[in-house]
Design a protein around this ligand. Structure first.
Ligand code: FAD
Length: 405
């Protein structure tokens, strides 16, 4: 009977604990988290919770009663060291927890803006419930909002702020929005969408300083211009929380390195979720993803291994983002694609982009076209793909997949 200690009580850590119990794990399950309260979901923080549409109690992944009922011990504390020889985790308050198996589910933290003024009052990030509460408090009194970073979280926040009627400017350092994750057609569509709602979008915009005394008053760009701002939201990416693993001598390379069974080089320590870099059969390379799907599926795969049903991790990556009335859903991994074909009508707000690598479909990005997204997931899950030559203008993707699977 193995006692499992899980460090990090976010989406992945919670799911490991819940799945272990689901699979009948008889040993202790201890979930250590450094945020207050029961584990909660992050996606609504930049969507319904931010706008007030989702009440705070609905953020929780499960109520306290769930943990009591299933014998999952919630420990509030910060893990600061791992003694691999004695199989113990040290907490900041000097408590020690002994483990049979240790799971690192430490997630990521926001990358800091490396310019003068980044710590002024009114400059905020969005990762935790505490961050979202601080933003909710500020947003009502704000007039000029500047969002630094045109990725998913920055844009979801910008949409929420624009809906409240605020003046919003999005600054993106690269030449297009969500560059890391989507094709140019989707970037262009979202730029138009935000601009139509009155948001100013500046690409190739490099921030050199934030101005203000105690409170932020402006954002200075490399060309010398200063944008007025009384609320600045920084969403310039994240850094994996991998120091605990590195200090314990485990391999770390832009995250905690694991094998296809999500094990680190120490067979008694695994890593899951946003903090883990795993060999992805879909990307054909090591990959670290930041998504609910990845956190949940990693966790289920690991719990299955720990309860005797080991299978290599093979889930199809998928993701969603809601901005205004557009639901973006991505199935597969578009990195390295060499051709992108638009299907449907972007001007009508409903289309999919099929991304090919060397003539084979590797990713489908769908905007308000959930059936395409579901078909793509089904196709990739079945190990299938689609040859580029089949995607003619009249091609019925959903029917094709239905016939195949
Ligand atoms: P996390 O949820 O970050 O949890 C890690 C936890 O570990 C944190 O609570 C952290 O404080 C704790 N921790 C770290 N170090 C220690 C330590 N030493 N000791 C104790 N505890 C520690 N994904 C989607 O798929 N769709 C979306 O629409 C979407 N929207 C998002 C919106 C926002 C605002 C954010 C922030 C994320 C969003 N995501 C979305 C991403 C998704 O929430 C993450 O991928 C997911 O939460 C990852 O889960 P995780 O458990 O790996 O990490």
């Amino acid at each position: 009977m193995t006692d499992v200690v899980i460090v990090g009580a976010g989406q992945a850590g919670f799911q490991v604990a819940a799945s272990l119990r689901e699979q009948g794990h008889p040993g202790r399950v201890v979930l250590v988290g450094d945020e207050p309260g029961v584990p909660y979901q992050r996606p609504p923080l930049s969507k319904a919770y931010l706008s007030g549409a989702l009440p705070g109690e609905r953020l929780a992944l499960r109520p306290q009663a769930f943990y009591d009922k299933h014998g999952i011990e919630l420990v509030c504390g910060r893990a600061v060291g791992i003694d691999r020889d004695r199989r113990r985790v040290a907490l900041a308050d000097e408590r020690e927890l002994e483990y049979g198996h240790l799971v690192l589910a430490t997630g990521t933290r926001n990358r800091e803006l490396p310019v003068p003024g980044a710590k002024l009052d009114g400059v905020l990030g969005l990762r935790t419930r505490e961050d979202a509460d601080a933003l909710r408090e500020r947003i009502g009194g704000a007039r000029n909002v500047v969002v630094i970073g045109g990725g998913f979280i920055g844009l979801e926040f910008a949409a929420a702020a624009a809906k409240l009627g605020l003046s919003v400017t999005v600054l993106e350092a690269s030449d297009r929005l969500m560059r890391r994750a989507v094709s140019p057609a989707v970037s262009a569509h979202y730029r138009e969408l935000h601009e139509r709602q009155g948001t100013r979008v500046l690409s190739d915009a490099s921030v050199v300083a934030l101005h203000g005394g105690h409170e932020v008053t402006g954002v200075e760009l490399a060309d010398g211009s200063v944008l007025p701002a009384d609320l600045v939201v920084v969403g310039i990416g994240v850094v994996p929380n991998a120091e605990l693993a590195a200090d314990a001598g485990l391999a770390v390379d832009n995250g905690i390195v694991v094998d296809e069974h999500l094990s680190t080089s120490d067979p008694r320590i695994s890593a899951v979720g946003d903090c883990a870099v795993y060999p992805s059969r879909h990307a054909g390379a090591p990959l670290r993803l930041e998504s609910v799907q990845n956190a949940v599926d990693h966790a289920r795969c690991l719990a299955a291994r720990l309860t005797g049903a080991a299978e290599p991790y093979a889930s199809v990556p998928w993701f969603w983002s809601n901005q205004f009335d557009a639901r973006l859903q991505i199935a597969g991994i578009s990195a390295g694609h060499d051709e992108a074909v638009v299907h449907g009508d972007p001007s009508a707000g409903s289309f999919s982009v099929f991304c090919f690598r060397a003539g084979q479909l590797v990713c489908v990005e769908s905007v308000n076209r959930t059936p395409d997204h579901m078909a793509a997931r089904k196709l990739f899950t079945a190990g299938g793909s689609l040859g580029r030559e089949l995607l003619t203008p009249g091609f019925d993707f959903r029917q094709h997949v239905a016939a195949l699977t």
